[in-house]
Design a protein around this ligand. Structure first.
Ligand SMILES: [Mg+2]
Length: 401
């Protein structure tokens, strides 16, 4: 079999118009104009993040099989790297030789790659190659990965933005009633908001804990918005709420900071969604930076690399709970004995009421069979390959130049 062509299509939520962001602390909250702690600056995140977007990569073969993968974030850069560099390397090659193609793509992009957009572009191509492998053998990819090792995939409800405490309480109850036994909230404040902000962060955790009781697992995400000193103090205050993990307390390059926080608090620390390749994961693991590692298959180097990260993590007794719950992640989790659950983004009632015209996320819309949790669990992904059949009409709608 031979790869004959690669296409990269940029999609984004641009056509939905104004992007309304919830109050939450982010890596940019250090700067006032990018802060939306109280919901009074709803465009804050769009200002630096732009519209949320993906690049859908299709790898065509002379066998009539097309593999589909996607990468996200820096969509223009990913599109360019696929078109101008990766396509030259892989067109004419056998798509089944994933190890070789991964290594070639990695080496050829070293001068501008290793982390960030180049590895995201490689991830999309690697996923498309796995999709081809599944389609060729008529098997779901989790079978090619040696699984399944689970009948279904436990997942946690990931949302709980601190809009206001009443809405938060209602949302937490909604998830508990829907059968989720784990959920993740977002913090609102970082060091810039001082003691009052700390109190407010604690109130958010307290509200969710009191709403759902003690049987339910609660995690919290700081989205890189804290520093080491703040994180130590803040997390110590939260110890009494028995949290499952605190995610990305500081920027990903502060690995020593991660390790210091982890040593000084009694709450598991997680991170890794902004880390790349096995070498990035190796640092986190060997320097005792995380209790849980959270690679993203669309960023870290695809499924080929995620398997290596998983093997290393299991040798450190660190579970893998991937960032986001796309179908490729579900195939991975289905086949891994070291990946206990998936992230899942329910759309809460209050949001549906506010945004009546948007009844799904665009990422769900462009695929024919998006994950759909029932009773707090996901079924094993359906179909052959990576369950990645596109909904062409939706893809056209969200495509941007
Ligand atoms: Mg996160």
């Amino acid at each position: 079999m031979e790869i004959t062509n690669i296409t990269a299509t940029k999609v984004s939520t641009e056509s939905w118009g104004e992007f309304v962001e919830f109050p939450l602390v982010t890596v940019m909250s250090k700067y006032e104009e990018y802060r939306n702690a109280d919901g009074d600056n709803p465009q804050a995140r769009r200002k630096w993040m732009g519209p949320v977007g993906d690049v859908v990569v299709e790898v065509e073969t002379n066998a009539g099989i097309t593999g589909i993968g996607h990468g996200n974030w820096a969509t223009g850069a990913i599109e360019t790297i696929v078109d101008e560099t990766l396509s030259k390397l892989v067109v004419g090659e056998d798509p089944r030789e994933r190890e070789k193609l991964w290594d070639m793509m990695y080496r050829a992009t070293i001068p501008f790659g290793r982390k960030g957009a180049a590895v995201e572009a490689m991830s999309a191509v690697d996923l498309a190659l796995w999709d081809i492998a599944g389609k060729e053998t008529n098997k779901p990819v989790y079978e090619l990965l040696g699984g399944p090792v689970k009948d279904e995939i436990p997942c946690y409800a990931s949302n709980l933005h601190p809009v206001d405490l009443e809405t938060l309480e209602r949302e937490a109850l909604e998830y508990a009633e829907a059968g989720f036994d784990a959920m993740k909230l977002r913090f609102q404040h970082g060091p810039e908001a001082g003691r009052q902000g700390m109190e407010r962060n604690e109130e958010v955790v307290k509200t969710v804990r009191e709403a759902v009781g003690h049987e339910i697992k609660i995690a919290g995400d700081a989205y890189m918005g804290w520093d080491v000193r703040y994180a130590k103090k803040m997390i110590s205050r939260l110890e009494k709420y028995d949290m499952e993990w605190i995610e990305e307390p500081v920027i990903p390059d502060d690995i020593d900071g991660y390790a210091e926080i982890r040593k000084s608090v009694d709450v598991p620390i997680s991170g890794g969604e902004h880390e790349f390749t096995r070498w990035g994961a190796k640092e986190l693991l060997e320097r005792d930076a995380v209790d849980i590692i959270q690679p993203d298959v669309h960023r870290c180097g695809g499924l080929t690399e995620l398997q290596r990260i998983d093997a290393m993590a299991s040798a450190h007794d660190v579970p893998v709970i991937p960032h986001t719950g796309t179908n490729p992640h579900l195939h991975f989790i289905a086949a891994s004995t070291n990946a206990p659950m998936a992230e899942y983004f329910p759309i809460p009632e209050w949001y549906k009421e506010q945004q009546e015209d948007k009844d799904s996320t665009y990422a769900d819309a462009i695929y024919q069979n998006p994950p759909n949790a029932e009773d707090g669990v996901l079924a094993l992904p359906e179909g052959v390959g990576l369950s990645a059949e596109l909904n062409r009409e939706a893809l056209d709608y969200f495509t941007v130049e």
